[in-house]
Design a protein around this ligand. Sequence first.
Ligand code: MF3
Ligand code: CO
Ligand code: CO
Length: 274
Amino acid sequence: MQNYIDAETAPEKNTGTIKLHNAEAFEAMRHACQLTANCLDELAKLVKPGVTTNEIDKFVFDYGMAHNAPPATLNYRGYTKSCCTSINHVVCHGIPNDKPLRDGDIVNIDVTYVLDGWHGDSSRMYVIGEIKRAADRLIKVTYDAMMLGIAEVKPGNTTGDIGAAIQEYAESQRCSVVRDFCGHGLGKLFHDAPNILHFGRRGEGIELKEGMIFTIEPMINLGRPGVKVLGDGWTAVTRDRSLTAQFEHSVGVTKEGCDIFTLSPAGYTMPPYG
Ligand code: MF3
Ligand code: CO
Ligand code: CO
Protein backbone atom coordinates (compact mmCIF):
# COMPACT_ATOMS: atom_id res chain seq x y z
CA MET A 1 0.00 0.00 0.00
CA GLN A 2 1.26 3.41 -0.98
CA ASN A 3 0.45 6.57 0.95
CA TYR A 4 -0.36 9.94 -0.55
CA ILE A 5 -0.68 13.27 1.24
CA ASP A 6 -1.92 16.75 0.39
CA ALA A 7 1.38 18.58 -0.22
CA GLU A 8 0.02 21.65 1.61
CA THR A 9 -0.17 19.78 4.91
CA ALA A 10 2.90 17.58 4.40
CA PRO A 11 6.18 18.15 6.23
CA GLU A 12 8.76 19.72 3.91
CA LYS A 13 10.96 16.63 3.77
CA ASN A 14 11.09 13.24 2.11
CA THR A 15 9.10 10.94 4.38
CA GLY A 16 8.47 8.43 1.60
CA THR A 17 4.88 9.62 1.38
CA ILE A 18 3.86 10.93 -2.05
CA LYS A 19 2.79 14.56 -2.15
CA LEU A 20 -0.24 15.59 -4.19
CA HIS A 21 0.07 19.22 -5.31
CA ASN A 22 -2.64 21.79 -6.02
CA ALA A 23 -3.11 24.16 -8.98
CA GLU A 24 -1.08 26.88 -7.28
CA ALA A 25 1.88 24.52 -6.94
CA PHE A 26 1.55 23.52 -10.60
CA GLU A 27 1.71 27.20 -11.56
CA ALA A 28 4.81 27.75 -9.41
CA MET A 29 6.45 24.66 -10.91
CA ARG A 30 5.67 25.88 -14.41
CA HIS A 31 7.55 29.11 -13.64
CA ALA A 32 10.63 27.41 -12.19
CA CYS A 33 10.68 24.83 -14.98
CA GLN A 34 10.30 27.39 -17.75
CA LEU A 35 13.30 29.28 -16.40
CA THR A 36 15.33 26.06 -16.59
CA ALA A 37 14.02 25.35 -20.10
CA ASN A 38 14.91 28.88 -21.20
CA CYS A 39 18.45 28.45 -19.92
CA LEU A 40 18.76 25.14 -21.82
CA ASP A 41 17.52 26.95 -24.95
CA GLU A 42 20.11 29.72 -24.47
CA LEU A 43 22.88 27.17 -24.00
CA ALA A 44 22.38 25.97 -27.57
CA LYS A 45 24.26 29.10 -28.74
CA LEU A 46 27.14 28.62 -26.32
CA VAL A 47 27.79 24.90 -26.72
CA LYS A 48 30.38 24.82 -29.51
CA PRO A 49 33.83 23.26 -30.09
CA GLY A 50 36.40 24.87 -27.76
CA VAL A 51 34.01 25.96 -25.03
CA THR A 52 34.81 24.50 -21.62
CA THR A 53 32.22 22.97 -19.34
CA ASN A 54 33.26 25.51 -16.68
CA GLU A 55 32.20 28.25 -19.11
CA ILE A 56 28.84 26.49 -19.48
CA ASP A 57 28.63 26.25 -15.70
CA LYS A 58 29.32 29.97 -15.33
CA PHE A 59 26.55 30.78 -17.80
CA VAL A 60 24.11 28.59 -15.84
CA PHE A 61 25.11 30.27 -12.57
CA ASP A 62 24.89 33.83 -13.96
CA TYR A 63 21.56 33.16 -15.69
CA GLY A 64 20.05 31.82 -12.49
CA MET A 65 21.36 34.70 -10.39
CA ALA A 66 19.95 37.21 -12.90
CA HIS A 67 16.52 35.62 -12.38
CA ASN A 68 16.57 35.15 -8.59
CA ALA A 69 16.91 31.43 -9.02
CA PRO A 70 19.92 29.72 -7.44
CA PRO A 71 21.01 26.43 -9.01
CA ALA A 72 19.87 23.58 -6.76
CA THR A 73 23.06 21.59 -7.32
CA LEU A 74 25.30 24.30 -5.82
CA ASN A 75 26.49 22.89 -2.48
CA TYR A 76 24.03 20.01 -2.78
CA ARG A 77 25.53 17.08 -0.83
CA GLY A 78 28.99 18.54 -1.42
CA TYR A 79 28.53 19.18 -5.15
CA THR A 80 30.07 22.56 -5.99
CA LYS A 81 28.81 23.37 -9.51
CA SER A 82 25.67 24.93 -10.99
CA CYS A 83 24.96 22.11 -13.42
CA CYS A 84 26.12 18.67 -14.51
CA THR A 85 27.91 18.22 -17.84
CA SER A 86 28.17 14.58 -18.87
CA ILE A 87 30.26 13.92 -21.99
CA ASN A 88 30.28 10.81 -24.22
CA HIS A 89 30.61 7.77 -21.88
CA VAL A 90 29.70 9.82 -18.78
CA VAL A 91 26.21 8.69 -17.76
CA CYS A 92 25.38 11.55 -15.37
CA HIS A 93 26.76 13.91 -12.70
CA GLY A 94 29.76 14.93 -14.81
CA ILE A 95 31.48 17.83 -13.03
CA PRO A 96 32.23 20.93 -15.15
CA ASN A 97 35.96 21.56 -15.64
CA ASP A 98 38.42 23.45 -17.84
CA LYS A 99 38.61 20.92 -20.68
CA PRO A 100 37.26 22.26 -23.97
CA LEU A 101 34.49 20.40 -25.80
CA ARG A 102 35.71 18.79 -29.03
CA ASP A 103 34.22 18.09 -32.42
CA GLY A 104 32.26 14.84 -32.27
CA ASP A 105 31.47 15.02 -28.52
CA ILE A 106 27.94 14.58 -27.22
CA VAL A 107 27.11 16.20 -23.88
CA ASN A 108 24.17 16.19 -21.52
CA ILE A 109 23.63 19.43 -19.61
CA ASP A 110 21.43 19.05 -16.54
CA VAL A 111 20.13 22.21 -14.86
CA THR A 112 17.90 22.65 -11.81
CA TYR A 113 16.85 26.14 -10.75
CA VAL A 114 15.05 26.94 -7.53
CA LEU A 115 12.53 29.72 -8.13
CA ASP A 116 10.35 30.90 -5.23
CA GLY A 117 11.28 27.67 -3.50
CA TRP A 118 10.20 25.37 -6.37
CA HIS A 119 12.59 23.15 -8.35
CA GLY A 120 12.70 23.06 -12.16
CA ASP A 121 14.83 20.07 -13.22
CA SER A 122 15.61 19.30 -16.86
CA SER A 123 18.41 18.08 -19.08
CA ARG A 124 19.08 17.76 -22.78
CA MET A 125 21.73 16.39 -25.10
CA TYR A 126 23.89 18.76 -27.14
CA VAL A 127 26.16 17.81 -30.03
CA ILE A 128 29.55 19.35 -30.84
CA GLY A 129 30.11 19.70 -34.59
CA GLU A 130 29.76 16.51 -36.61
CA ILE A 131 28.95 13.43 -34.57
CA LYS A 132 29.03 9.72 -35.46
CA ARG A 133 25.86 8.06 -36.74
CA ALA A 134 25.75 5.76 -33.72
CA ALA A 135 25.77 8.80 -31.43
CA ASP A 136 22.97 10.42 -33.39
CA ARG A 137 20.91 7.24 -33.22
CA LEU A 138 21.48 6.91 -29.45
CA ILE A 139 20.31 10.48 -28.88
CA LYS A 140 17.12 9.87 -30.88
CA VAL A 141 16.41 6.59 -29.10
CA THR A 142 16.90 8.28 -25.70
CA TYR A 143 14.65 11.22 -26.52
CA ASP A 144 11.92 8.95 -27.89
CA ALA A 145 12.25 6.66 -24.86
CA MET A 146 11.68 9.63 -22.52
CA MET A 147 8.65 10.79 -24.52
CA LEU A 148 7.18 7.27 -24.57
CA GLY A 149 7.58 7.19 -20.79
CA ILE A 150 5.85 10.57 -20.48
CA ALA A 151 3.00 9.30 -22.69
CA GLU A 152 2.19 6.78 -19.93
CA VAL A 153 1.69 9.51 -17.32
CA LYS A 154 -1.98 9.70 -16.39
CA PRO A 155 -4.09 8.85 -13.33
CA GLY A 156 -4.62 5.12 -12.96
CA ASN A 157 -1.40 4.14 -14.71
CA THR A 158 1.59 3.12 -12.59
CA THR A 159 5.26 4.00 -12.35
CA GLY A 160 5.86 0.52 -13.79
CA ASP A 161 4.01 1.54 -16.96
CA ILE A 162 6.48 4.42 -17.40
CA GLY A 163 9.52 2.21 -16.83
CA ALA A 164 8.21 -0.57 -19.06
CA ALA A 165 7.52 1.79 -21.97
CA ILE A 166 11.06 3.19 -21.74
CA GLN A 167 12.75 -0.20 -21.36
CA GLU A 168 10.75 -1.96 -24.06
CA TYR A 169 11.54 0.75 -26.59
CA ALA A 170 15.23 1.18 -25.68
CA GLU A 171 15.88 -2.56 -25.78
CA SER A 172 13.94 -2.96 -29.05
CA GLN A 173 16.52 -0.52 -30.46
CA ARG A 174 19.43 -2.67 -29.14
CA CYS A 175 20.22 -0.15 -26.42
CA SER A 176 20.23 -0.65 -22.64
CA VAL A 177 18.68 1.19 -19.69
CA VAL A 178 20.84 2.35 -16.77
CA ARG A 179 19.46 0.88 -13.53
CA ASP A 180 21.55 2.79 -10.97
CA PHE A 181 19.86 6.21 -11.30
CA CYS A 182 16.20 7.10 -11.53
CA GLY A 183 13.70 9.92 -11.84
CA HIS A 184 12.23 11.37 -8.67
CA GLY A 185 9.43 13.35 -7.14
CA LEU A 186 10.20 17.06 -6.84
CA GLY A 187 8.61 20.35 -5.87
CA LYS A 188 9.81 22.27 -2.83
CA LEU A 189 12.27 19.38 -2.49
CA PHE A 190 14.88 18.56 -5.14
CA HIS A 191 14.62 14.79 -4.68
CA ASP A 192 11.43 13.44 -3.16
CA ALA A 193 9.33 10.27 -3.25
CA PRO A 194 8.58 8.39 -5.41
CA ASN A 195 11.51 6.99 -7.37
CA ILE A 196 10.70 6.77 -11.06
CA LEU A 197 12.53 3.74 -12.46
CA HIS A 198 13.24 3.73 -16.19
CA PHE A 199 12.65 -0.02 -16.43
CA GLY A 200 10.01 -2.33 -15.04
CA ARG A 201 6.76 -4.07 -15.73
CA ARG A 202 3.39 -2.68 -16.65
CA GLY A 203 0.96 -2.46 -13.76
CA GLU A 204 3.69 -2.66 -11.12
CA GLY A 205 5.01 0.11 -8.89
CA ILE A 206 2.99 3.04 -7.64
CA GLU A 207 -0.36 4.21 -8.95
CA LEU A 208 -0.21 7.68 -10.50
CA LYS A 209 -2.63 10.26 -9.09
CA GLU A 210 -3.55 13.77 -10.14
CA GLY A 211 -1.25 16.26 -8.40
CA MET A 212 1.91 14.14 -8.39
CA ILE A 213 5.01 15.93 -9.70
CA PHE A 214 8.15 14.06 -10.75
CA THR A 215 10.95 13.80 -13.30
CA ILE A 216 11.47 11.27 -16.06
CA GLU A 217 15.15 11.15 -16.97
CA PRO A 218 16.24 7.94 -18.67
CA MET A 219 19.93 7.23 -19.21
CA ILE A 220 20.33 4.93 -22.22
CA ASN A 221 23.57 3.18 -23.26
CA LEU A 222 24.71 1.86 -26.63
CA GLY A 223 26.46 -0.97 -24.81
CA ARG A 224 25.82 -2.75 -21.52
CA PRO A 225 23.79 -1.10 -18.72
CA GLY A 226 26.51 -1.24 -16.05
CA VAL A 227 27.91 1.98 -14.58
CA LYS A 228 30.58 2.90 -12.05
CA VAL A 229 31.22 6.09 -10.12
CA LEU A 230 34.71 7.58 -10.40
CA GLY A 231 36.94 8.54 -7.48
CA ASP A 232 35.55 12.08 -7.36
CA GLY A 233 32.40 10.54 -5.88
CA TRP A 234 30.12 11.95 -8.57
CA THR A 235 31.07 11.17 -12.19
CA ALA A 236 29.14 8.07 -13.30
CA VAL A 237 30.51 6.34 -16.42
CA THR A 238 29.53 3.26 -18.40
CA ARG A 239 31.59 0.28 -17.24
CA ASP A 240 32.21 -0.75 -20.86
CA ARG A 241 32.95 2.89 -21.82
CA SER A 242 30.12 2.77 -24.37
CA LEU A 243 28.34 5.95 -25.38
CA THR A 244 25.41 7.05 -23.22
CA ALA A 245 22.69 9.71 -23.45
CA GLN A 246 20.01 11.26 -21.24
CA PHE A 247 17.08 13.64 -21.45
CA GLU A 248 15.01 14.87 -18.51
CA HIS A 249 11.64 16.56 -18.14
CA SER A 250 9.74 17.58 -14.99
CA VAL A 251 6.05 16.67 -15.28
CA GLY A 252 2.85 16.98 -13.24
CA VAL A 253 -0.05 14.52 -13.35
CA THR A 254 -3.32 16.12 -14.43
CA LYS A 255 -6.90 14.76 -14.58
CA GLU A 256 -6.42 13.57 -18.16
CA GLY A 257 -2.67 13.03 -18.53
CA CYS A 258 0.21 15.29 -17.65
CA ASP A 259 1.73 18.75 -18.00
CA ILE A 260 5.35 18.79 -19.19
CA PHE A 261 6.64 21.77 -17.21
CA THR A 262 10.09 21.92 -18.83
CA LEU A 263 9.08 22.05 -22.51
CA SER A 264 11.39 24.28 -24.56
CA PRO A 265 9.97 27.78 -25.18
CA ALA A 266 11.96 27.77 -28.45
CA GLY A 267 10.40 24.48 -29.48
CA TYR A 268 13.72 22.59 -29.22
CA THR A 269 13.49 18.82 -28.80
CA MET A 270 16.56 16.96 -30.03
CA PRO A 271 19.87 18.41 -31.27
CA PRO A 272 20.98 20.09 -33.42
CA TYR A 273 19.00 23.04 -32.05
CA GLY A 274 17.98 26.22 -33.82
N1 MF3 B 1 19.83 17.28 -11.71
C1 MF3 B 1 20.12 15.92 -11.30
C2 MF3 B 1 18.83 15.19 -11.37
O1 MF3 B 1 18.28 15.14 -12.44
C3 MF3 B 1 20.73 15.85 -9.95
C4 MF3 B 1 22.11 16.37 -9.89
S1 MF3 B 1 22.65 16.32 -8.28
C5 MF3 B 1 24.24 16.86 -8.42
O2 MF3 B 1 18.26 14.72 -10.44
F1 MF3 B 1 24.61 17.08 -7.20
F2 MF3 B 1 24.95 15.94 -9.03
F3 MF3 B 1 24.29 17.95 -9.13
CO1 CO C 1 16.27 14.95 -11.85
CO1 CO D 1 18.38 16.91 -13.54
